[in-house]
Design a protein around this ligand. Sequence first.
Ligand code: NAP
Length: 328
Amino acid sequence: MSDRARIFATRSLAGAPLAGLAHRCDLDVWPARTAPTPEQLASRSRDADGLLCLLTDRIDAALLERCPRLRAVSSVSVGVDHVDLDAATARGIPVGHTPGVLTETTADLAFALLLAAARRVAEGDRFVRAGEWTPDRVWEPDLLLGRDVHGATLGLVGLGAIGQAMARRAQGFGMRVLAWSRTRRDMPGVAFASLDSLLPAADFVSVHVALNADTRGLLGESALARMKPGAVLVNTARGGIVDEDALADALRSGQLGAAGLDVFAREPLDPASPLLRLPNVVLTPHIGSASEATRARMVELAVENLLAALAGNPMPHCANPAVYARPT
Ligand code: NAP
């Protein structure tokens, strides 16, 4: 590695890997809890050789243009829809990400949302806290009736790492599992299906594709209308894959029974979003990978990616491997 590479880390990240980075590089860490604005990001990255960023930092062509020294971008995330990969590749900049280490943790949250939406867990919690569980309503035959998960059919939209982890969980709960993926993958106990045949057959649909130009709006009005009436939608992938207005309409009309959502087209969720006013939606603030161990492992991997690139080696986990095929 060239002497004392300059790194800008867009957030303070706890743990030994960042301390190790500070030992080997000139490390500038954004001091605030909140993300830098695009202008702040550009001005702090201007002289950086490497960028350690989060999914809230937009790394677009205009930013890269303003960072002539930049040799590596490393994101503490598996999704890289916040990075213009083509622009980075064109400039010879490898973009690191953190696949694998957050798979099980994210699938845990997806299944938690599925269960919570099916069994009305958040509604039950609100009911108790609001003091509505009164002596005259100790046990009612039709109080908060939900849907059975066991014996139901789960449709997976995307059978990558997290989709497969979700399939394993569903099998443990006695669900029948259908899956659609761009690349056909055979997995024991999972029936591969077209999206057209999966949507009307599934009682629960869980989204696990990456967000890109092909998948943006994949679950729009017409796809939601093709889902089984009363079905439950779970999205822990990216908000832009589902049309939120169409989803709110489908939930309001009863076409869909419930939803569990961790990701949104715009984050944080707009206070005016109709989803906030629907009782049959369980909402979490993009916490799919949020366990202590997983977040620590993500930072470790992101720092490994950064150090490899700055040393002139291929990143262990590169989201734009085409960068290594470019003529030098
Ligand atoms: P992965 O193993 O790379 O799987 C990605 C899936 O997306 C694969 O099924 C892939 O199909 C599909 N896909 C990619 N580009 C596509 C396209 N153009 N058209 C159709 N399908 C396409 O990734 P993963 O680890 O399972 O993660 C999936 C996504 O979950 C991430 O991209 C990220 O956005 C999201 N995520 C969210 C959280 C959270 O906190 N809520 C945490 C982790 C991840 P192929 O197999 O054909 O490539």
